[in-house]
Write a protein that binds this ligand. Structure first.
Ligand SMILES: *Cc1c(COP(=O)(O)O)cnc(C)c1O
Length: 392
């Protein structure tokens, strides 16, 4: 049986807590609260209520007949996280964390956001659950994300511009941590993926595992058996681990897809597991894209949500223990898959998800229609139309 992390938050050699001492009490408080509340009937009931009636769970497991027939390989199913409120899986996590914060008696939520998707999902959860919300965002990212900023403001969140450093996500993270250190008694820090110090990676995984739990049940009802392979894109890794986790103790093949950008040898990519080295980023030990001196390298992906130089520690463990395979997909292949899925099925995927769709098609071609492949469609593509207009 798979039962990681250990009590110190380690997945093998990865994970843990690499943080300023001033934050240790806050993380211990969070760990205790989470351990108690995750077994609490009322908490579970309330979270289920919002996931079902507000976010739109369970999401369908859809047989993509046209796509499958076009490539004459495995039967391809899509787990439709794109149909959730706010358009992606991120709401599973923010509803969980914001509700947890509320039960902990916190009044104020802070978050940081790069592409703006996590900021919107956090602001949404705060609006419906009635908590104050502050989102930190680098000025450079803000210029690229006007719609998401408008949304956050409409949802009642305060968006704070970060003008230090490179004015992108990593500087926004620094500002958010500074805020947390200062206001730790009243404030909860809502992280957007399975990254950061313990207990965030395990907690976010648990909140996202609903994706895999539903999938297991649904494929059993539809096909009467286990799938042969599951495929998901990996940025920080939350949709992938949520999808994979309930299958870790089966024989189902699991395949994570990182952002190959312009190609792994171009230096312009975000394929952390493929090209990173072991190191500490944002409070956790994992693979990190860094240069010889340990400086974080600039990353690139056409998909805003995959553009991150780190990856969750559990993926680092699953890679080195070989339970999960990881590959990558280049920008141009993701664009290709984006168009194919739109045309064949009438589903416009998020560019992040299109990475998984591309690899899913390649894998399906190697199999026959006796085989079942499931792709996690982590989000919808409305947010990416501006980017796609540019590549046309
Ligand atoms: C944020 C995002 C991702 C990447 O985040 P993970 O934590 O790796 O899941 C993937 N797909 C969509 C649609 C996203 O918004």
């Amino acid at each position: 049986m798979y039962h990681l992390p250990d009590k110190n938050g380690y997945f093998g050699n990865f994970g843990g807590r690499f943080i300023p001492e001033t934050l240790m009490p806050a993380l211990k408080e969070l760990e205790d609260a989470y351990r108690t509340l995750k077994e609490d009937k009322d908490f579970k009931k309330e979270l289920d209520y919002y996931l079902k009636n507000y976010a739109g769970r369970p999401t369908p497991l859809y047989f993509a007949r046209n796509l499958s027939e076009r490539f004459k390989g495995a039967r391809i199913f899509l787990k439709r996280e794109d149909l959730l409120h706010t358009g992606a899986h991120k709401i599973n996590n923010t509803l969980g964390q914001v509700l947890l914060a509320k039960k902990m008696g916190k009044k104020r939520i802070i978050a940081e956001t790069g592409a703006g998707q996590h900021g919107v999902a956090t602001a949404t959860a705060c609006a419906v659950l009635g908590l104050e919300c502050v989102v930190y965002m680098g000025r450079k990212d803000m210029e690229r994300q006007r719609v998401n900023i408008l949304k956050m403001k409409l949802l009642g969140a305060e968006v704070r511009v970060v003008d230090s450093g490179s004015r992108t996500l990593k500087d926004a993270i620094n500002e958010a941590i500074r805020d947390w250190v200062t206001n730790v008694r009243t404030t909860y820090y809502c992280l957007g993926s399975v990254v950061g110090p313990h207990p965030y990676p395990v907690m976010v995984r648990d909140f996202q595992s609903i994706i895999g739990h539903e999938t297991r049940q649904q494929i059993k009802e539809i096909a009467g058996r286990m799938p042969d392979i599951l495929i998901a894109c990996v940025g920080g890794g939350s949709n992938a681990i949520g999808f994979f986790y309930p299958f870790l103790d089966t024989k189902v093949k699991l395949l994570g897809v990182e952002a190959g950008g312009l190609g792994l040898y171009s230096g312009k990519h975000s394929a952390t597991l493929a090209k990173g080295k072991i190191g500490v980023l944002h409070g956790t030990m994992s693979f990190v894209l860094q240069d010889k001196d340990g400086q974080i390298m600039p990353t690139h992906s056409i998909a805003p949500g995959l553009d991150y130089p780190g990856v969750g520690p559990e993926h680092a463990y699953l890679k080195t223990s070989k339970r999960v395979n990881y590959t990558h997909c280049r920008d141009r292949d993701a664009i290709h898959a984006f168009k194919i899925l739109s045309e064949t099925e009438g589903i416009i995927p998020a560019l992040e998800s299109a990475h998984a769709v591309y690899v899913g098609i390649c894998e399906a071609k190697k199999m026959s229609d006796d085989n079942i492949s499931i792709i996690n469609l982590s989000g919808r593509g409305d947010k990416d139309l501006g980017i796609m207009e540019g590549v046309e």
